[in-house]
Ligand binder design. Structure first.
Ligand code: UGA
Ligand code: MN
Length: 251
């Protein structure tokens, strides 16, 4: 099966750094197709060039998050869901361009997390929905499914424990056939904070059907890392004097 990696991405000073790191991780994974979806009104040359040079099989899409749903610079990062319209755009593309008989697995990989190559081989043989723990998320060292006798019987979580699927976006993969056989399944842009993952998974699978990976969910092979916002105060000061960094140099 091909692994379709769906990545929402948005413009910011460190976007090229994030996408470089992620693309070079993905290069280590065979039979992979990267669906990169920009949160923008048009596809940018920055991303187009990065993809063209990446040597990865890819699809480049874009869709703008409606202004009313968009996080402002001054908002705390959790105020609104992020990457929702972009992941749904990728689902639309898959439904238009692939068929349920194609063997595939879909993984929603944000551009800032840290991925071991091991997690991709774990998810490759997903029948319906496979799951594993994610490091450094939910206010814990890790959050993840609890497994007894090869079945998921609950979750190790401390935040909004009543979530139907208390799993970070990075902690599950879905078979392409399952998504294509449920043409309406998608992420709910109006989902309560923390309920985004559940809004997709709820109609697709029951907890007891989840397929535990990573040694019965005892290994951490993906981390919910977040990148510090670069400080560009000096840049702003120099720009006012007409001495800013060379705009022709792509960062
Ligand atoms: C956590 C989860 O790990 C995300 O998968 C989930 O979408 C998010 O919470 C949520 O509740 O919406 P977090 O690290 O806080 O993620 O979110 P970000 O990494 O800032 O954003 C997730 C993805 O959306 C990234 O790939 C980012 O580039 C993209 N994004 C972010 C956009 O496309 N547009 C934006 O305005 C912001
Ligand atoms: Mn993130």
């Amino acid at each position: 099966p091909v692994i379709y990696v769906v990545t929402p991405t948005h413009a910011r000073p460190h976007q090229r750094a994030e996408l470089t790191r992620l693309s070079q991780t993905l290069l280590l994974v065979p039979d992979l197709h990267w669906i990169l979806v920009e949160d923008s009104a048009a596809r940018t040359t920055l991303v187009a060039d990065l993809l063209a040079q990446s040597k990865l099989p890819y699809t480049h899409l874009n869709t703008l998050t409606p202004p009313a749903m968009k996080l402002k610079d001054s908002d705390p990062n959790w105020l609104k869901p992020r990457g929702v319209e972009q992941r749904n755009e990728a689902l639309r593309w898959l439904r238009e361009n692939r068929s349920p008989t194609d063997h595939g697995v879909v993984y929603f990989a944000d551009d800032d997390n840290t991925y071991s190559v091991k997690i991709f081989e774990e998810m490759r043989n997903t029948q319906k929905v496979s799951v594993w723990p994610v490091g450094l998320v939910g206010g814990l060292r890790y959050e993840g499914p609890l497994v007894t006798g090869g079945k998921v019987v609950g979750f190790h979580t401390a935040w909004k424990t009543h979530r139907p699927f208390p799993i970070d976006m990075a902690g599950f993969a879905v078979s392409l056939a399952l998504l294509l056989n449920h043409p309406k399944a998608q992420f709910d842009p109006n989902a309560e904070r923390g309920f985004l993952e559940s809004s997709l998974l709820g109609p697709l699978v029951a907890v007891g059907e989840l397929e535990p990976k990573a040694d019965n969910c005892t290994k951490i092979w993906v981390w919910h890392t977040r990148t510090e916002k670069p400080k560009l105060k000096q840049e702003d000061l120099l720009e006012k004097q007409g001495k800013g960094s060379d705009p022709k140099i792509l960062v």
